[in-house]
Design a protein around this ligand. Structure first.
Ligand code: GLN
Length: 494
């Protein structure tokens, strides 16, 4: 029941379950999985049940119900919620209770969804494994010795663990698609500007985007429909009509669609054979559905990771300067013994030293360096120029094909601890995902099978800006022809 939002809507419409019963089931499932999976940073049974009771009362009174009425939704802990803490999985914000809701949270509430809790993540969304959380690692429900991916590791794991049907993640360089891939669920990064970022705690503002995670494409479409659209409180929000994302998914027809297979990038060193095979098999599936597959290349792929790891830390170093212990965030209690700097600067330094974890500090240092006088031309400005070339590659590619098909991650989920001490190896996990963020295009991660040890592998489709519907159509057709999205982890796997 907790696998599908559409099924939960049907159960309530047919009088087979109430919103309170559904919320209770979700809360029980979370309680059972939390000691092993640790997908959540905050769950409040009372608040969730009260929200569900409001939906039931509305239904009983014959009131008009929103499109997600009574559906439990988990929210990544980087999105502001007025009635729950918002920590970014950082010690810096461990006591932060925002006075307002993020735009997307407001939309969830208006759609009568039941916000069940906040999900664990890499601190300030920086990471690819959810090991950089101040509140402990999240484990992969398919194998609890493995990472769930990141930074939205909790958001993907809570769906894969069967605790909620829908969750919201954020994606700056792959943080929706990569954990979705590693947890065997479906995740979509919308076009930059499609979904409001008001109340999303900023990591890298020119790249950040909020998006949906669920088992299957129709559920992803339903959640996207709820959160997409203009918000005047976000200056990067696009004031354009949105498509009806759920329409036509059942009868999606790919006849005549041209799909570019990113063959060269797939054949490079470090890409696991299971990932290569899954991508080739997916290409066959699309071919059998009537699409034409052509091999294509995004020539600057080698520069994606270096470009991203200059731009994202640069923006982060600026965005995170607000956490100084005076205006925002953790404040050091002991500022004694440093007379040279004086009390104010000592407060800044110690608060930041105590409040931020190692990876966040690393990004702040890299970003500050890349932006500093004398180096900005060499690093930040140079990265912006390369970003234009990368965007140009996408424009050229989309002049020839309707969609791009390739891997999401070079490998399936790796063991916990394997890359924590090796930032470069961790950054290379983003090899196939950061391009969509640098170019601002939408992309979806689709389950594409299991490897020999039973871990999920996935494929990625990327589309031109604002063509989320095309991604969903192709994804829905793929899921009609395959059953990868119907595989479930056995609860006690190790
Ligand atoms: N893994 C990437 C990083 O560490 C992406 C993070 C994200 O998308 N939030 O920056």
């Amino acid at each position: 029941m907790l696998d599908s939002a559409l099924e939960i809507l049907r159960l309530q419409n047919d009088g087979e379950a109430t919103a309170v019963e559904i919320a209770s089931a979700a809360l029980d499932a979370i309680e059972a999985s939390q000691p092993t999976i640790n997908a959540f940073t905050h769950v409040d049974r009372e608040v969730a049940l009260a929200a569900a009771a409001v939906v039931d009362a509305k239904r009983a009174a014959g009131g008009k119900l929103g499109p997600l009425a009574g559906v439990p939704v988990a929210v990544k802990d980087v999105l502001c919620t007025h009635d729950m803490p918002t920590t970014c999985s950082s010690k810096m914000l461990k006591d932060f209770r925002p006075p307002y809701d993020a735009g997307v949270v407001e939309r969830l509430r208006n759609s009568d969804a039941v916000i069940i809790g906040k999900t664990n993540m890499d601190e300030f969304a920086m990471g690819a494994s959810t090991e950089n959380s101040a509140f402990g690692v999240t484990r992969n429900p398919w194998n609890t010795d493995r990472i769930p991916g990141g930074s939205s590791g909790g958001a993907a794991a809570c769906v894969a663990a069967g605790t909620v049907p829908l969750s919201l993640g954020t994606d700056t360089g792959g943080s929706i698609r990569q954990p979705a891939a590693m947890c065997g669920v479906t995740g979509l990064k919308p076009t930059y500007g499609r979904v409001s970022r008001y109340g999303l705690i900023a990591f890298a503002s020119s790249l950040d985007q909020v998006g949906p995670i669920a088992w299957s494409v129709p559920d992803v479409a339903l959640l996207l429909q709820t959160i997409a659209g203009f918000d005047r409180r976000d200056s990067t929000s696009l004031n354009l009509n949105i498509s009806r994302y759920s329409d036509g998914l059942e009868s999606a027809d790919l006849t005549g669609m041209r799909i570019g297979l990113l063959r060269e990038s797939m054949d490079r060193d470090g890409v696991d054979e299971s990932v290569r095979q899954a991508t080739l098999t997916a290409a066959d599936v699309f071919r059998s559905l009537g699409a034409e597959i052509v091999e294509i290349d995004l020539p600057h792929n080698d520069y994606w990771v270096p470009t991203y790891y200059v731009i994202a830390p640069s923006e982060a170093s600026s965005n995170l300067s607000r956490y100084d212990g005076a205006h925002y965030g953790h404040r050091a209690s002991d500022i004694s013994g440093d007379d040279e700097l004086g009390p104010l600067v000592t407060t800044y330094c110690r608060s930041r030293a105590e409040g931020f974890g190692d990876e966040v500090k690393r990004r702040i240092m890299v970003g500050t360096y890349a932006l500093s006088e004398g180096y900005a031309d060499q690093y930040y400005s140079q990265a912006l120029k390369v970003r234009r070339l990368i965007k140009g590659d996408y424009d050229t590619a989309f002049g020839q094909v309707d969609l791009l098909l390739g891997p999401v991650t070079p490998t399936p989920a790796f063991p916990l601890g394997e890359k924590v001490d090796d930032p470069i190896q961790m950054y290379l996990c983003d090899l196939f995902t950061v391009g969509a963020n640098l170019a601002g295009v939408p992309a979806i991660s689709l389950p594409a099978g299991l490897d020999a040890s039973g871990l999920p592998v996935a494929v990625q489709l990327q589309a031109p800006v604002l063509e989320e519907s095309r991604l969903l159509m192709a994804g829905a057709a793929f899921q009609t022809a395959t059953d990868h999205h119907q595989r479930r982890p056995s609860a006690t796997r190790h």
